[in-house]
Design a protein around this ligand. Sequence first.
Ligand SMILES: [Zn+2]
Length: 192
Amino acid sequence: MGFVRKYIRCPHCGFTNYATSIYCVRCNLKIKLDYSSIKKSFAFLITAFVFYIPANIYPILQSNKFFESYTNTIISGIFELWSDGDYPIAIIVFLASVLIPILKFIILFYLNISIKSCKYLKIKRRLYKFIEISGPWSLLDVFVVFILSALIHFQYVSVIPKSAALYFLLMVIFTILSAMSFDERLIGVNCE
Ligand SMILES: [Zn+2]
């Protein structure tokens, strides 16, 4: 601590400016660091996590077959797929709707709480890259769950999304907002 970063890359054009610059010398756009972004990112992350709880508790799908109808939560759906022998699909749904979202929560939580720490800067920048790259694909999680469930239950007359689908969608959106509002230039900003 106590060291001040001398240079900073312009997020718009990549030009190397003095860290104290507010506007880029080359493109004239604003490059000032936004410290409030961490608070925003953290608030969005907590919101995403809160939505993830009902997304798992409430049923995500209702399957109707003539006079029979039953509902599945994300977890019970995965167990059902597995016990039916649909292993690859059970694994894909598990990855898209359980493992990857939880991994993102952990990474974003870690990046947020360790923003002032000068340890593991390279790892932290790589973790953020992973979040940044996977961000737009997150919405696919929702579609993967739906499409696969629909395909699996083709023998049923209809498959209706239930409340947990909405919570899951909100969780995905708030995770993206959290990643977007995180200013990665703050990683190691006072360390060099
Ligand atoms: Zn620039």
